[in-house]
Design a protein around this ligand. Structure first.
Ligand code: URA
Length: 410
């Protein structure tokens, strides 16, 4: 069916009926794996055999302030493990790694295949924009799902994500499945089912796959927006990052290292990743990666060289208390309104704008205190300011933030 759908022999109305049937009836493990394999076969696959060592990919199901690739990639590469990563651009309230990297002056994300492979062999890390004709059936089916209300189906999401990972050629895959207000899966139970399905697909199709279920009930870290997130990634690589963001990055990197069979278990890998961070080797690996893709690396020591918005605008609390919740999706939308993200695929984004959160869940706030800064190129971004104010809930009771890593699914 997928083959004939790709060729146009199965029309959209039949495929829409099929998607709706899957939406209501679910699929069993072997059906999901067959569907995934058929989507992989609909297009090209990337051959990474010219890269020495076990290639481990990482994929996040998306969220707000998710700059983990910029941190995890250098951590893993510093340990000598090759990371050959294809990444996407952002749409809606979630950002894309390629957009973030393009905030770095000169940084090239369109890499020819031989350069991509050479960079991975030489500096152990390359991140390139998806190119070529990978999984065309997924693009076609996703477009159809979007207009037939069948996006929100675990077998369809799992096969869509895994087909792209498998076509990208990695030997092993570490998935970062987000749960919470800024994530596709709002509940832990939904995230767990998605993770289990994706891990099972990997197993059936011969790629070792591990999923980390991590928290997205508030934005990840303090920064949202492209240049903002690059700046925060450097802070983490300097060992000065927010604790929860640092923790999830170390966890993901350690699972990638274990999948690459370089360590005797998670604890050993975790200790090594901590050493990569503390010794500055991960930061050096980031510098080499930026230079290898023609980026000007001087911003690493002088963040003021990153694009800067014209107006830093303080957003102040109109009541005192404790931060009880931050609607991550609404913060993502507020950043998009400033120009940091795209409403439609055709929108042009502004890499200098974004939001700095000054408070996170559990923090105390005094009335009138600054809780966030909008970095805007419009002197009066009222729509965005209002959205952000509504996203940050201040109450009288102290709330503990949820754990950053909920579960590991193998
Ligand atoms: N992301 C994807 O790549 N596919 C889906 O179906 C949903 C989210």
């Amino acid at each position: 069916m997928i083959e004939q759908y790709s060729e146009g022999a199965v029309p959209d109305y039949q495929m829409a009926a099929m998607a709706m049937a899957i939406y209501f009836r679910d699929m069993d493990g072997s059906e999901i794996a067959e569907l995934t394999a058929a989507i992989v076969d609909s297009g090209e696959t990337i051959d990474l055999s010219a890269i020495t060592g076990t290639k481990v990919d990482k994929h996040s199901t998306g969220g707000v302030g998710d700059k983990t690739t910029l941190i995890v990639g250098p951590l893993v590469a510093a340990a000598g493990i090759p990371v050959a990563k294809m990444s996407g651009r952002g749409l809606g309230h979630t950002g894309g790694t390629i957009d973030k990297l393009e905030a770095i002056r000169g940084f090239e994300t369109e890499l020819a295949k031989d350069r991509f492979i050479r960079n991975v062999n030489e500096v152990k890390l390359a991140v390139a924009a998806q190119s070529g004709n990978l999984t065309p059936a997924d693009k076609k089916l996703y477009g159809l799902r979007d207009v037939t209300a069948t996006v929100d189906s675990i077998p369809l999401i799992a096969s869509s994500v895994m087909s792209k990972k498998i076509a990208s050629g990695a030997d092993a895959i570490v998935l970062d499945v987000k749960t919470g207000s800024g994530a596709f899966m709002k509940t832990l139970e939904g995230a767990r089912r998605l993770a289990e399905n994706m891990v099972a697909i990997g197993q059936r199709l011969g790629r070792e796959t591990v999923a980390v279920i991590s928290d997205m009930s508030e934005p990840l870290g303090y920064e949202v927006g492209n240049a903002n997130e690059v700046r925060e990634a450097v802070d983490v690589l300097r060992g000065r990052g927010e604790e929860r963001l640092t923790e999830v990055c170390l966890t993901l990197a350690s699972h990638m290292a274990v999948c690459a069979r370089q360590f005797n278990g998670f604890e050993e890998a975790r200790a090594h990743m901590q050493h990569m961070l503390d010794s500055g080797q991960a930061l050096e690996s980031f510098r080499k990666f930026v230079k290898a893709q023609n980026g000007e690396a001087s911003f690493i020591d002088d963040p003021a060289q990153l694009p800067q918005a014209a107006y830093p605008i303080d957003v102040c609390a109109n009541t005192g208390g404790y931060v009880e919740g931050i609607d991550a999706e609404a913060v993502g939308v507020a950043a998009m309104m400033l120009g940091a993200g795209r409403r439609t695929k055709e929108d042009v984004i502004d890499r200098s704008v974004g939001i700095t959160l000054k408070k996170k869940i559990g923090d105390r706030v005094d009335k009138g205190e600054c809780i966030a800064v909008l970095h805007a190129n419009d002197a009066n971004p009222e729509e965005s300011r209002e959205k952000l104010m509504k996203a940050i809930h201040i109450g009288s009771g102290r709330v503990a933030p949820p754990p950053i890593v909920h579960e590991i699914v193998r």
